[in-house]
Write a protein that binds this ligand. Structure first.
Ligand SMILES: Nc1ncnc2c1ncn2[C@@H]1O[C@H](COP(=O)(O)OP(=O)(O)O)[C@@H](O)[C@H]1O
Ligand SMILES: [Mg+2]
Length: 640
């Protein structure tokens, strides 16, 4: 978290990814121009923003449309059916008033003049059939639409998860967790809302207005003209609403995102928050964000406060005009009563969907913003791509080479300049140096969490970029200070290193690294749930578990990046023997601050400013006068 805060957004165009992998992508992304530039300008990496230029908006829209298209493609048949059902059901609903008019103007006179009931029964029967059919079709439409929107959401949710999981460390180190959570929660929610209700309303509303307008024009062109005139103020009202709501709705989204991000950051960093008494500062800050959100929402409500009454006014005025004009025409004999009733009903109903359409506009805006952000994430390519022609390396010996490597996280600062290193198979190397020297960076390159900007990192002479990812992950394992435990039992967590491991293997691994005793002491031993009370283990114990995980994985190359940092001295002594078992018969790089850990190494590398300044056996270096000799003396003094 803290690192993410400090690290500036990575400029992918000049980043460590080497040749831009995005360009190998589909023509859809290629059409969108140089995507790396898009990625940085569109705020996928940096801050979340919504103030895009016209060209950017266009590109974003095209990008999310392409995504929507790919989501809808498998549902084509169902979408066509949906279209047919909605057209027929809306037409049925709109037919009602026309049938009433026909009944009053034609069937009723026949009853009164000729005592002929057939047309009257006919029209009533038709009315009932149409009404029932309309209801059934509407129900069908609702179910169909819900199924389609669920299918789309399911697909999208899965894609976002799988894709985010696949993205390289570089992405996760720059894209804050608050934002990634927003993608999976609030963004998907606003898309769900739009699909579930908004879109239904839009399609039904628009069709309803169109059919009502047509019915009105067919039934009585003069009244159609009156309605057409009313469209002028309606058009102005809607324009006014759109222009104003765009900024206001955007403000609500930006402010609500800020509230969420602040909340997530506070809670994920709760230890630091409490340790440094940041609560009151947070309270003020959070209070400000919540207040901004409230103000933004109030403005939206005020907007509706104007929009709604004006809309009702236009509707009522139109209705009055239709009735007055129609009334005069009835007096003149050019319009029948039934027709006027139908016309009045149409004129009144015409405005019904308008308010929903205005609401839809809000939903549409947040959903399309969400869609843009999600498609931005989906468009990200792993900066450490899988090889096109993977080289199998199932029996690596574990010799590692850095050939002419140069590495930079971003263009302005080279972290490893011209790096050369050969580690023969089976050697245990201790890597020491001051904070920020580049030790973790070296470790991350060795485990291929990043690729070098120049040169190559090789395992058994094969560039890591070319090795089959499965073989590479099997051969090289990195254990860091952050020993993460997943929900499940202790045994499950150890078995992560070797899926399908037997209980015997798990216990053997735990014994090898000195974790067996404390595991046995847990309430349910190896079956203790790590998330349950009593299953909570200390940081040092977590590290022992991650050692067991590494031991059972049995890699050829093992990298420990400050992985012993949380162990107290007695358990480090305990783990010392375990560590020696763990490191035997494999290439190992240990980054550690402890003298005892360094002592078991065959070779010590001292690193400063991204370069190796000393390289030799522990004894040789101690005997010398260099940096390691000084460090060693300081360590010894600290022990007595
Ligand atoms: N994800 C990152 N993005 C940009 N710079 C980074 C990143 N991680 C580390 N750095 C920078 O690289 C340099 C080396 O860091 P690191 O390898 O973590 O050092 P060490 O492990 O020796 O303390 C530091 O200057 C650090 O600021
Ligand atoms: Mg480090």
């Amino acid at each position: 978290m803290t690192q993410q805060d400090q690290v500036p957004p990575v400029d992918t165009a000049a980043g460590p990814g080497g040749p831009d992998p995005v360009l190998d992508e589909t023509s859809a992304t290629r059409a969108a121009g140089p995507v790396t530039a898009a990625v940085t300008t569109l705020g996928v990496r940096g801050e979340e923003r919504e103030d895009f230029s016209k060209a950017e908006s266009k590109r974003l829209r095209r990008r999310s449309l392409a995504l929507l298209g790919s989501l809808a493609a498998p549902l084509k048949a169902r979408l066509v059916l949906l279209g047919v059902v909605v057209v027929v059901s809306t037409a049925g609903t709109v037919a009602g008033p026309a049938l009433i008019a026909w009944g009053i103007d034609n069937a009723l006179p026949r009853v009164m003049d000729e005592n002929d009931w057939v047309p009257a029964f006919g029209v009533v029967a038709t009315y009932i059939v149409v009404a029932v059919l309309g209801a059934v079709l509407t129900a069908w439409y609702t179910v169909l639409a819900a199924r389609i929107s669920q299918a789309i959401l399911f697909d999208l949710r899965k894609r976002v998860f799988l894709h985010t999981q696949r993205l390289s460390l570089e992405f996760h180190e720059t894209y804050t967790s608050g934002r990634i959570i927003s993608r999976q929660t609030s963004d998907l929610d606003s898309i769900r809302e739009l699909l579930d209700s908004g879109l239904n309303q839009l399609i039904q509303g628009v069709l309803y207005m169109v059919f009502t307008g047509i019915a009105l024009v067919v039934l009585d062109p003069t009244s159609g003209l009156v309605l057409a005139v009313s469209l002028v103020p309606l058009w102005f009202l809607i324009r006014w609403f759109q222009t104003n709501s765009q900024t206001l709705f955007r403000a609500t989204r930006v402010t609500s995102a800020r509230v969420i991000v602040h909340f997530v950051e506070t809670m994920t960093g709760i230890r630091a928050v409490q340790a440094f008494r940041k609560e009151s500062r947070n309270r003020d800050e959070y209070g400000r964000y919540v207040e901004d959100y409230r103000v933004a929402n109030t403005k939206v409500f005020n907007l509706f406060g104007t929009f709604d009454p004006v809309l009702v006014l236009i509707g009522n005025a139109t209705l009055a005009a239709v009735v007055i004009v129609g009334g005069f025409r009835i007096v003149g004999g050019s319009l029948e009563v039934g027709a006027l009733l139908a016309v009045a009903l149409y004129a009144k109903r015409f405005f019904d969907p308008a308010q929903e359409l205005a609401m839809f506009y809000n939903g549409y805006q947040s959903a399309s913003a969400a869609m843009e952000k999600i498609s931005g994430v989906l468009e990200e390519r792993p900066s450490v791509p899988d090889p096109a022609k993977p080289v199998r390396l199932p029996d690596a010996t574990g010799a590692m080479d850095f050939d002419d490597v140069e590495f930079a996280y971003n263009a302005d600062k080279v972290v490893l300049p011209e790096f050369e290193l050969h580690i023969p198979s089976g050697q245990t190397v201790a890597l020491v140096g001051s904070t920020g020297a580049g030790k973790s960076t070296l470790a991350k390159l060795m485990a291929r969490f990043y690729d070098p900007s120049k040169g190559s990192v090789r395992l058994d002479g094969v560039d890591l970029r070319d090795i089959d990812p499965k073989d590479m992950r099997r051969a090289i394992v990195m254990v860091t200070q952050e020993a993460y435990l997943f929900s499940g039992s202790v045994a499950d967590n150890i078995a992560l290193g070797k899926p399908g491991a037997t209980r015997d293997e798990i216990v053997r691994a735990a014994k090898a690294v000195g974790a067996h005793a404390f595991i046995e002491a847990l309430p349910d031993g190896y079956d203790t749930d790590v998330n349950k009370r009593g299953g909570r283990v200390s940081a040092g114990q977590r590290q022992l578990l991650s050692f067991a995980r590494a031991f059972i994985a049995d890699p050829k190359v093992l990298i420990l990046d400050e992985a012993t940092a949380s162990l107290d001295i007695p358990s480090e002594r305990l783990v010392q023997e375990g560590l020696e078992t763990l490191l035997a018969d494999r290439t190992a790089v240990i980054i550690a601050h402890r003298l005892s850990t360094v002592a078991i190494a065959h070779r010590v590398l001292v690193m400063e400013y991204g370069r190796i300044v000393e390289d030799g056996t522990p004894d040789d270096l101690i005997a010398g006068t260099g940096r390691f000799a000084q460090l060693h003396a300081a360590w010894r003094d600290s022990l007595v």
